[in-house]
Design a protein around this ligand. Structure first.
Ligand SMILES: C[S@@+](CC[C@H](N)C(=O)[O-])C[C@H]1O[C@@H](n2cnc3c(N)ncnc32)[C@H](O)[C@@H]1O
Length: 233
């Protein structure tokens, strides 16, 4: 992708917060010492085989975009130790929290990226990822902000490029207009097909679903969620 194409893409910018409360000393130390070791280095070209980023031969590659508190990512990493994960989160406090969980659990199958996921997506080799999880992305409920949503034609093109044929794109949200938006965008994208088999499919959480912090908040506030799975053709 050329720089001009990049600039023309409405979804390119990262619109969220990068910093919150001051970090505790240990968290700040983790960011200085652990993050550089686990961070995917985009200054060099991506290796042809992305699994070489890990010190074991993983049998699947999974990417989680905007992992927030990291509860889902750390749960999946422990549940499937043979799968390799890349977690992306630009919010510093969340990154520090996840690194704390990685240190506590000793998980070896996670690599990290602390900036806009679109940059990582453009770096990754084609057909290198088995599953992309986009769980409760920032909802941008006001119509004038919909163009900021992570799901967009250009980002689905990115997903289509990096996903292996048959790979999955899993999306969860509690915001009706975002769920419809995603169904519409994926429905009109030639690379994706919705896997729902019956009417309640989309109300059923993904297998082994541990929930996320954002989902718990949505539940407390009385909002139901939808869980959508799309297959890359
Ligand atoms: C509403 S929160 C949900 C967090 C978590 N997935 C959950 O369910 O609790 C959305 C997250 O996406 C992150 N995010 C927003 N834009 C992003 C981008 N362009 N690349 C990567 N992460 C992004 C935000 O920093 C935020 O942590």
């Amino acid at each position: 992708m050329t720089d001009a194409e990049r600039r023309s893409r409405a979804s390119e910018a990262f619109f969220g917060r990068r910093k919150g409360k001051p970090l505790r000393e240990r968290q700040a130390q983790h960011l200085q010492t652990v993050l550089p070791v686990l961070k995917v280095d985009l200054s060099a070209p991506a290796p042809a085989d992305i699994t070489t980023l890990y010190d074991f031969p993983p049998n699947r590659m999974r990417l989680e975009i905007g992992f927030g508190g990291g509860e889902h990512l750390i749960h999946r990493a422990q549940e499937t130790p043979d799968t390799a994960f890349i977690g992306v989160e630009p919010f510093v406090n969340s990154m520090a929290k996840l690194i704390g969980s990685i240190e506590e659990t000793g998980a070896r199958n996670i690599r990290l990226y602390d900036d806009d996921a679109t940059v990582l997506l453009d770096w990754l080799p084609a057909a290198s990822i088995d599953q992309i999880d986009l769980l409760y992305p920032d909802p941008w409920p006001k119509k004038k902000h919909w163009k900021r949503r992570f799901v967009s034609k250009v980002n689905l093109d990115r997903f289509a490029r990096v996903l292996k044929p048959g790979g999955l794109f899993c999306f969860a949200s509690d915001i009706d207009t975002y769920v419809n938006w995603t169904l519409m965008h994926c429905g009109s994208h030639p690379a994706f097909v919705w896997t729902a088999e019956n009417a309640v499919d989309w109300l059923t959480p993904f297998a082994g679903w541990p929930g996320t912090r954002y989902e718990a908040k949505a539940k407390r506030e009385g909002r139901k969620s939808a869980y959508l799975t799309f297959r890359r053709l």
